[in-house]
Design a protein around this ligand. Structure first.
Ligand SMILES: Nc1ncnc2c1ncn2[C@@H]1O[C@H](COP(=O)(O)OP(=O)(O)O)[C@@H](O)[C@H]1O
Ligand SMILES: O=c1ccn([C@@H]2O[C@H](COP(=O)(O)OP(=O)(O)O)[C@@H](O)[C@H]2O)c(=O)[nH]1
Length: 668
């Protein structure tokens, strides 16, 4: 109103003698253009050397100095990051340099091998550089339990555990890998034990023999001691990294390793060879003809399978939960399996997938911890097996965010929308939630991802939802609605927020919170909007960060984008969008909103289908109409508010006159 009043005199109402003008004090400077760097540099120098005689001169000096100061600050920041990079793993993963390598990998189609041959980063180089003396000293020092400082100074050997069923091909693969990568040494726990058994001086020979024959796992103290000895010997030969084959085979092995070797070696992960028992049995019986091993007979083989399933598989799962397992198909030919580990984790998208996965799994772990102290309330069923309840969590007053509840890889975790598995969130809402089934077109994994997951919630969900303390403006689940898997399993910066005032949502269940009064705890208004079949809608990105980059979609193609127009073909709490993708249901909440187009534009969209130029005409017509409407409105407002405006202007005139009088006095 005031603004309008200030502008009005120059536009429509002319009052004689009234001039309201900006004085533009210091708004403009006269000096070299910003692109003339030498002259600007000269002026910038003057800032420090020559006192300005006028305000204009001073301002010009500042203006000239500004780009140099900016460049200096930026360079300083970059330099400091280069000299002393951030120590966070997030920086290591997502920092600008790592992005360059991602780009290079995707363009070149190659990826850094798991077993590095060349320099990639300072630590890796250090680990790969053969420094037998230092490394041997390190391990020997560990063995003698030397003081801590000594231990940490020498380079740590890198270790990959190699697991898989008996006969999965672990030994064969390790041989090939170490043949190709000389810095890597192969240490077979089984071989170490067998060698020890043969040693007439060994006090453990008898015991080891009985365990091996029975397919049982030898006490960890013996095995770890032998492994440590083998690593020391390997380092003396120049090996800096080791494939430790057939270890750790049970929980005891893990704790034994941690307490004896612990931080003195860097465990990179687990190479896990998967093969069917039938195939493994066939191979082992084949091996028995030449191996001379006491345990390569059908009786011992069956016992080893049992031990493997009961004791070793949980260990693999444990490392999987930490995102440390590189699975290789052990059923392939020897050569194919050799090249597998490399392809396993390479494409950036897969890496992202792994990152989400790891994140999800961390949330699962923490949710599990909380479950110990809580009861009742929340259930999440596995999407991979819709008919079978999957992992079940009971969290007292639990709340599940879309992202984790519908998280990928058949696992579900609990946490808030930012991925923080906070107690606050978990205790916020009491809800029964089930994620089950994929879309009608779910044929394979990709279809699952494309089609979405179905969310059910119990009846008392909404009242409880209002109590959600940190959920201002955040969409939650409703019964019988779908969320798109892609979005649901979105990355950490994927927000699930909804802009209430601009979102049109179908009536049943799609609710948007407005007017949340957190202090007084008053329930938010729930606005409900309706969409009609045949109506054209526009997809809107809700939040700058809420759209997943295209390359992260299955198949690397983002199925829709901001501003796409599609027609609502069927309403069942779902929208069918034929123009975008023939089989894609677009849900409302996850990263896109469906916005009903204004009537005129709808007409334009339909006309465009028949005649491409018609849209432009309809648009121009609509624009003309809208302009006329706006003008009429303004005229009305002007008439209504004209009297008011005059009063305001008179007051302004008086004020200006007073100011002028005062200035004259001051000048005198
Ligand atoms: N990919 C493979 N295809 C067929 N036979 C294999 C394959 N890998 C290994 N073998 C054979 O299977 C037997 C067991 O392999 P080995 O590497 O000793 O298994 P593990 O160390 O897992 O017990 C050996 O005789 C080996 O030659
Ligand atoms: O860390 C280990 C590794 C092996 N073994 C014993 O050694 C046997 C043979 O193991 P190996 O890895 O040589 O052969 P696999 O069973 O994998 O073919 C196992 O059945 C176990 O009895 C063990 O006790 N601890």
């Amino acid at each position: 109103m005031v603004l309008w009043a200030l502008r009005a005199p120059t536009r429509s109402l002319r009052l004689d003698g009234l001039r309201v003008a900006r004085r533009r004090l210091g708004d403009s400077v006269q000096g070299p253009p910003v692109t003339d760097l030498p002259k600007n540099l000269q002026k910038a120098k003057e800032f420090f050397t020559k006192p300005a005689l006028s305000y204009g001169e001073f301002k010009q000096q500042c203006v000239s100095l500004r780009p140099f100061a900016f460049a200096a600050i930026c360079s300083g920041c970059v330099l400091s990051l280069v000299i002393c990079p951030l120590k966070s793993s997030y920086w290591a993963t997502w920092g600008p340099l790592s992005w360059l390598s991602y780009v290079k990998e995707s363009v070149a189609g190659t990826s850094p091998p798991l077993f590095l041959k060349e320099k990639r980063c300072a630590n890796a180089t250090q680990a790969l550089r053969p420094e037998p003396a230092a490394a041997a000293a390190s391990l020997a020092a560990t063995a003698k339990e030397s003081p801590k400082e000594e231990k940490t100074q020498a380079p740590k050997p890198r270790v990959l555990f190699v697991l898989g069923g008996p006969g999965a091909g672990k030994g064969t693969q390790c041989g090939h890998i170490c043949g190709a990568y000389p810095a890597w040494g192969h240490i077979s726990a089984g071989d170490c034990l067998r060698a020890e058994r043969q040693d007439p001086d060994s006090k453990d020979g008898e015991l080891i023999n009985s365990y091996i024959k029975e397919g049982k796992i030898v006490p960890v103290e013996i095995t770890v001691r032998l492994l440590q000895k083998a690593m020391v010997a390997g380092q003396a030969e120049g090996k800096t990294s080791f494939l430790i084959d057939g270890f750790p085979r049970n929980l005891d092995n893990v704790t034994g390793w941690e307490s004896v070797i612990g931080d003195s070696a860097e465990v990179l992960g687990v190479l896990f060879y998967e093969a069917s028992e039938l195939e493994m049995e066939k191979r082992l019986l084949g091996r028995s003809e030449t191996s001379g091993r006491v345990d390569d007979n059908i009786e011992s083989i069956r016992k080893r399978f049992q031990t493997y399933q009961k004791e070793t598989m949980p260990i693999v799962e444990k490392y999987k939960a930490k995102n440390m397992v590189f699975t290789v198909d052990g059923m392939q030919t020897v050569d194919d399996a050799v090249s597998s580990p490399r392809g396993n984790i390479r494409p950036p998208a897969t890496r992202l997938g792994l990152a989400w996965f790891a994140r999800g799994m961390r949330a699962v772990e923490s949710a599990k911890k909380m479950l110990k102290v809580r009861t009742g309330g929340l259930q999440v069923a596995s999407v991979a097996e819709p008919d079978k309840p999957g992992i079940t969590y009971y969290v007292d007053g639990g709340c599940v965010s879309v992202s984790w509840a519908a998280g990928g890889f058949g696992e579900y975790a609990v946490g808030d929308a930012e991925g923080n598995d906070s107690e606050l969130t978990l205790s916020a809402v009491h809800s029964y939630l089930k994620v089950s089934g994929a879309g009608e077109n779910a044929e394979d994994d990709t279809a699952w991802e494309m089609n979405g997951v179905y969310v059910l919630s119990n009846d008392d969900f909404w009242p409880e939802y209002r109590q959600y303390p940190s959920g201002e403006g955040r969409m939650m689940f409703t019964s019988g609605k779908w969320v798109l898997y892609n979005f649901a399993a979105g990355p950490e910066n994927c927000y699930w927020e909804v802009e209430a005032e601009s979102l049109n949502v179908p009536s049943e269940g799609w609710c948007v919170r407005e007017g949340w009064d957190e202090e007084n705890g008053s329930p938010p208004k729930i606005s409900k909007h309706e969409l009609k079949e045949g109506q054209d809608v526009k997809l809107r990105k809700l939040h700058p960060d809420s759209h997943i980059p295209a390359d992260q979609y299955p198949g690397g193609v983002c199925p829709f984008s901001h501003g796409d127009i599609c027609t609502v073909e069927r309403i069942d709490g779902l929208f069918f969008a034929p123009k975008i993708s023939p089989n894609l249901w677009i849900p409302c909440r996850a990263g896109v909103a469906v916005e009903a187009l204004p009537e005129d534009e709808q007409e334009g969209e339909r006309l465009e289908k028949a005649d491409p130029r018609a849209k432009a005409k309809a648009k121009a017509k609509a624009k003309g109409k809208a302009k006329a409407k706006a003008m009429a409105k303004t005229m009305n407002e002007m008439q209504e508010t004209g009297g008011e405006v005059l009063t305001v202007l008179k007051t302004l005139v008086e004020k200006v006159e007073n100011l002028e009088a005062e200035m004259k006095k001051l000048q005198k």
